[in-house]
Design a protein around this ligand. Structure first.
Ligand code: FES
Length: 64
């Protein structure tokens, strides 16, 4: 599903950015331009980032 229509960025691209170190919308904006045009996607991008970060923490917890 597309999160940012203006830049054709989907959830997977944002999840990939988080796995590569992005921590917030500002980081994802730098790498993918999310939220840099109309701004309508910022809230959803934030939710996807937080979910991806939570999953990363969970996988680290269960891998230990
Ligand atoms: S939908 Fe992301 S900047 Fe417009």
């Amino acid at each position: 599903m597309f999160v940012c229509i203006c830049h054709a960025v989907n959830e997977k691209a944002i999840q990939q950015a988080v796995s590569e170190g992005a921590q917030n919308v500002r980081d994802v904006r730098r790498s993918l331009n999310v939220g840099s045009q109309c701004g309508q996607c910022v809230r959803q991008a934030h939710e996807v980032i937080e979910q991806a970060k939570a999953l990363a923490v969970d996988s680290q917890f269960y891998a230990a």
